[in-house]
Design a protein around this ligand. Structure first.
Ligand SMILES: Cc1ncc(COP(=O)(O)O)c(C=O)c1O
Length: 429
């Protein structure tokens, strides 16, 4: 069981050791905690290539789609974070992937959590994480969920409008309130500013209202949009936050929390900006604008999990068609689709790339469309792409499937919402 922990302090290895089942050697060598390894039967795979692991499962005779979830990659991301942004405490946004093995792994290292609803809070508390390690980061909340947060001792929550302040005054007047400001999300794949974030010219009125209601405002949060492709978006949101910190002083508030939200890339090589570059540019800015007694946190989701999941799918059906150009095109049907993991195509604006498993030396590529298993023609994963001709029973695989995939999967049409899962631990680089 994890002990109550302050949200603003990193834990030294010795402190982590005191609070978890982890040994000093595990903490120092960045391993998956022992209790997770035993509960989820995590196989240590070291430097074995993922293709070799997939082959092993196929050789075992499975026809079902399956995931390899690499908890070593999750731990590696934590290491990268503390190496590059030591002042910023991460609160993992579990909406991105609420897998309990991942949550427990991150919790063991002292990572905290961003929850958006009662049941997300319930899940984190159920993992033995103290309520002080949660931020309820949904600016528009149901009263019953606020009451639950209050009863459980979750203190920090975001808001961005006057009605939410009135709600908090009625239901949870002692809450530690964090004002979410609007951002320029024009350089992000998923934009949030049409739905959330107080316009900058409304912040003063909101702060004044909070003062009138005698509410406990502690700081500023923002979200630059998920899949952010511009360091400048982070920089301008940080600069705007510093201005609102100053404005709040005029109303007698001394803010002590800055929340940098999500938007951090999940895969540096696929993204327009690399995590280390964002970190290098915002580190000096944060130090210049915010004194050391300001606690700085962030709500990374995609960052921690995108690279951890590799999905293997079976081609269980095939149709050859006349392409209309004098050759053939092929329709393939695989056993995971847009109602399951590939909902990310719609909700996360993602375009997962199918890789042919064991492509051999097939040179000819044909026009191909890949469908999921349901009876819906919208259940299409890739349209008119080039693939070597595949046979029924062959396999495709997709890397980087950990963010916004299984989190929103459904069992529509009677197909399993989440494929079989194997947990592995590769070496942390
Ligand atoms: C409030 C909030 N915080 C954090 C996140 C995580 O964002 P990302 O996965 O881009 O890091 C989201 C994503 O929707 C969010 O809504």
């Amino acid at each position: 069981m994890l002990a109550v922990d302050s949200y603003n302090n990193y834990q030294t290895p010795a402190q982590i050791r005191e609070k978890t089942e982890m040994t000093n050697a595990e903490v120092n060598s960045f391993q998956v905690p022992k209790d997770v390894v035993s509960k989820w039967s995590v196989e240590y795979t070291g430097a074995t290539p993922i293709e070799e692991l997939i082959q092993k499962r196929i050789d075992e005779g499975t026809e079902d789609a399956f995931y390899h979830i690499d908890l070593g990659k999750v731990v590696g991301k934590y290491k990268q974070w503390i190496d590059n942004l030591p002042r910023v405490k991460p609160f993992f946004a579990i909406k991105c992937n609420p897998n309990t093995a991942i949550i427990k792994t991150l919790a063991s290292y002292g990572v905290n959590f961003d929850c958006a609803s009662q049941s997300e809070i319930q899940q984190i508390l159920g993992c033995g994480v103290a309520p002080t390690r949660i931020i309820y980061a949904n600016p528009c909340k149901m009263k019953s969920h606020i009451r639950y947060a209050k009863a459980m001792g979750v203190e920090m929550m975001t808001f961005d409008n006057k009605d939410e302040l009135l709600k908090c005054a009625e239901v949870y007047p002692n809450a530690k309130l964090v004002l979410r400001i609007i951002t320029d999300d024009s350089n992000s794949v998923c934009k949030f500013s049409t739905k959330f974030g107080a316009p900058l010219d409304m912040c003063e009125e909101l702060i004044a209202t909070a003062k009138d209601l005698d509410l406990n405002l502690i700081g500023i949060s923002f979200h630059v949009g998920s899949g952010c492709m511009s360091v400048a978006s982070f920089e301008s949101a940080i600069t705007n936050s510093a201005r609102i910190f100053k404005m709040a002083e005029r109303y007698g508030y001394k803010f002590n929390l800055l929340d940098l939200g999500g938007g951090w890339p999940g895969n540096d090589s696929e993204s327009a900006i690399a995590f280390n570059d964002i970190a290098a540019s915002i580190r000096p800015l944060l130090d210049r604008l915010f004194p050391t007694d300001v606690n700085i946190i962030a709500e990374p989701g995609r960052y921690f999990v995108a690279e951890s999941h590799t999905l293997a799918v079976n081609v269980f059906a095939k149709r050859a068609m006349d392409s209309g150009y004098g050759d053939r095109k092929y329709l393939y049907y695989i056993n995971d689709g847009v109602y399951q993991s590939f909902n990310c195509i719609f909700f996360d604006h993602n375009s997962p790339k199918p890789l042919v498993f064991a492509p051999g030396d097939r040179q000819n590529e044909c026009r191909s469309t890949v469908f999921g298993p349901t009876c819906d023609s919208m259940d299409c994963i890739a349209k008119d792409i080039l693939l070597p001709e595949l046979e029924v029973g062959e396999w495709l695989y997709f890397k980087d499937m950990g963010a916004y995939t299984v989190a929103a999967a459904s069992p529509f049409n009677g197909f399993q919402s989440c494929p079989t899962t194997y947990y592995i631990e590769s070496d942390v680089n």
